[in-house]
Design a protein around this ligand. Structure first.
Ligand code: URP
Ligand code: ZN
Ligand code: ZN
Length: 463
């Protein structure tokens, strides 16, 4: 299979230029002007951007959570990814009690292989931190191809500070990266009690129960552990202005702390929890949506480089029958999470680039190149000779109105219903194979479940 994209505008993290791109057998083989290959597929990309496929390093596919399951499986989730221009997904693999990290990886691969429509990798989430599991970090970094490890400072399956310190030391030794969901669990427990005593149990109080200070404190504590161990850490789904301030201060002192935010924290605010008819439940996620001051600060964090990655935290639960049933009388029982894998690129372009909040080059960095570098995806993230031909032919003028029925995620709502989008993928390639295309009204999946592969990643900073 070969493809030749003619006269497109190739976008990198540092600029853009017009050229042809030729891809054959999974890889980009040549970039230049007037390339003359007899390709199976020749596309006139004049006036279109050629972007590296987006990488989503924060998804919860088929994850058991809060008495139910995140609804997308590897097939539906990666078909939706392809339709959104996401050509690689790094999913969380939550270790169960008694499992080794390898057991957990094998269990998830069994669900994914033969189903995935685009490439994927896994981050083991350490939830049973036995000494043999901490020892396994070395193998995960060097043999399994999974050098990033998720830990939670909240939820029942959180780890304690001592475990965090051990993991930071061990990952430092083998070039791995700890990723942390940073919220102070005791602040949240206290707020839950206060709100329950006052009978405040509607969705809006979910946000009040997890104030910005809970994120701020946890990030500060995590940053001190990194300072102590001279290691590295990555804050997932950074949501608040205060949390960002801690990240910035630590980075200014030379501490290796990195941060990811998500479209929901850039674009939505806590007024959403007040929507009538229990609609606020659609936005119940952790950390919660904040005020507009945090939206503004996070865009600034992206521009200034203190936030390096935008991911989705894709964790969909139907509104009807899940969000509205489990938590009708108590926000604490509403399954936490929202869909987003398919809307990542369109939102970041339309709300970020088209509205002048970030440059096109910055978008490529935070969705592709920087993400690939952060997570050791050596063959991904760039339109360059030798890289995987994960490419998006992108029409910056194409208009689309987001509506649930025109999306592919296995869920009955989108938080962005009715939003007018400027700029959509026209064709999406995964390793040179066309997997999705614009059909005049919406994106259409034209690939195959099972085309995707597990990608072994490389340790980033081995010493
Ligand atoms: O609310 C969320 N974010 N659900 C998914 C689990 C997590 O904390 O990332
Ligand atoms: Zn989380
Ligand atoms: Zn998450």
């Amino acid at each position: 299979m070969s493809v030749l994209l003619k006269n497109g505008t190739i976008v990198t993290t540092t600029g853009r230029y017009t050229a042809d791109v030729y891809a054959e057998n999974d890889r980009i083989k040549a970039i230049g002007t007037d390339l003359d290959y007899a390709a199976d597929e020749i596309v006139d990309a004049k006036g279109k951007y050629i972007l590296p496929g987006a990488i989503d390093p924060h998804t919860h596919i088929s994850m058991p959570f809060m008495g139910t399951y995140a609804q997308d499986d590897y097939e539906t989730g990666t078909i939706a990814a392809a339709c959104g221009g996401v050509t690689c997904v790094v999913d969380f693999d939550l270790q169960q009690k008694g499992e080794s990290l390898l057991d957990a990886l094998d269990r998830k691969k069994e669900l994914a292989d033969g189903k995935v429509a685009v490439d994927y990798s896994l981050h083991p989430a350490v939830m049973d931190p036995r000494p043999d599991v901490i020892d396994e970090v070395k193998k995960a970094c060097r043999e399994y191809g999974t050098p990033s490890f998720k830990i939670f400072m909240v939820y029942d399956f959180r780890v304690d500070d001592a475990t965090m310190i051990k993991l930071l030391e061990e990952t430092k030794r083998y070039g791995g990266l700890v990723q942390v969901h940073a919220e102070n669990v005791y602040i949240i427990q206290h707020m839950n009690e206060v709100l329950a005593r006052e009978g405040k149990l509607a969705p809006y109080y979910h946000a009040m129960s997890r104030p910005n200070i809970a994120e701020e404190e946890a990030i500060y504590r995590a940053s001190k552990m990194v300072e102590l161990t001279d290691s590295r850490i990555y804050i997932v789904h950074l949501s608040s202005k205060e949390g960002l301030q801690i990240v910035k201060q630590a980075r200014d002192r030379g501490i290796n702390i990195f941060a990811e935010t998500c479209p929901q924290y850039l674009l939505l605010d806590d007024e959403r929890y007040k929507e009538p008819d229990f609609n606020g439940a659609k936005y119940v996620m952790s950390p919660p949506l904040r005020t507009p001051a945090s939206n503004v600060a996070l865009w600034e964090g992206l521009r200034g480089g203190d936030v390096q990655v935008v991911a989705t935290d894709h964790c969909p639960f139907d509104f009807n029958g899940k969000k509205d049933m489990f938590g009708k009388d108590d926000y604490k029982k509403i399954p936490n999470g929202a869909p987003g894998i398919e809307t990542l690129l369109m939102l970041l372009h339309s709300e970020g680039v088209a509205k002048g909040r970030i440059s096109l080059e910055k978008m490529v960095d935070v969705l592709s190149t920087g993400t690939a570098n952060m997570f050791g995806l050596a063959d991904k993230g760039e339109i360059a000779v030798g890289k995987d031909a994960d490419m998006v032919v992108f029409d910056a003028d194409l208009k689309f109105t987001i509506t649930q029925s025109r999306l592919h995620m296995n869920v009955d709502y989108t938080p962005y219903e009715g939003m007018e989008i400027t700029g959509m993928p026209e064709i999406v390639y995964s390793r040179g194979k066309r997997v999705a295309q614009w059909n005049g009204e919406q994106m259409e999946f034209v690939g195959q479940a099972g085309h995707g592969r597990f990608i072994k990643r490389e340790p980033v900073d081995e010493n």
